[in-house]
Write a new protein. Structure first.
Length: 201
């Protein structure tokens, strides 16, 4: 990650309510609007709007609207959007996460996760899309798309994968799956027809 945050958002250039530094920033029981750092950022028992750092960002017992860092760790906190190389959320919640490596554990809930690889332990995700392996233990997902998936005492409603290992329990039987496929195909055809008709006009 470039040094853009440290060089542009200095203490002199930060707006009122922002916290900025070229090195590490540690906040305990404090709040801020935006946080910019060249080093690591730690927010404990506090809330911030956006965090951008060249290093690692840790949120403990706090929250943020968005966090962008090389590595993000959230423990007993909540973040709306995470963008990181490595992201780990424990006993927390995240609405949207984009990462190369993702770990969700200890009862974490995620909305949309787009990642390279993912490991879920006693956690859940509404939609999980991965370019690599996904390992789930005592976890669940509504929709999961990945090349390789390993399931242990886990459940997925809609699963698209090339290789699947572990306990696979289909939610829909053959007749229900066929009906869903037919309904999905009909809806897609209708949308395509309507779109094509509008383009002709």
């Amino acid at each position: 990650m470039s040094e853009i945050y440290a060089s542009i958002h200095t203490l002199a250039q930060a707006q009122e309510g922002d916290v900025a530094a070229k090195d590490d920033i540690h906040m305990n029981g404090e709040g801020a609007r935006d946080v910019f750092a060249g080093g690591d950022v730690t927010v404990q028992r506090g809330g911030v709007r956006d965090v951008k750092t060249n290093g690692a960002a840790t949120i403990r017992l706090g929250g943020a609207r968005s966090v962008e860092a090389a590595e993000v760790t959230v423990r007993q906190g909540g973040v709306f959007q995470i963008k990181a190389g490595q992201a780990r959320v424990s006993q927390g919640a995240v609405a949207v996460v984009q990462s190369d490596e993702l770990t969700l554990d200890a009862g974490t809930r995620a909305g949309l996760a787009i990642t390279g690889s993912a490991r879920l332990e006693q956690s859940s995700a509404s939609t999980l899309i991965a370019r690599g392996d996904v390992d789930m233990e005592q976890s669940g997902a509504v929709a999961l798309v990945a090349p390789r998936v390993t399931l242990r005492n886990s459940g997925v409603v809609f699963l698209i994968a090339r290789d699947v290992e572990g306990d696979v329990r289909p939610v829909f039987g053959p007749s229900a799956a066929a009906a869903f496929g037919a309904a999905f195909g009909a809806a897609a055809a209708l949308i395509w027809a309507l779109t094509r008709g509008r383009r002709k006009k």
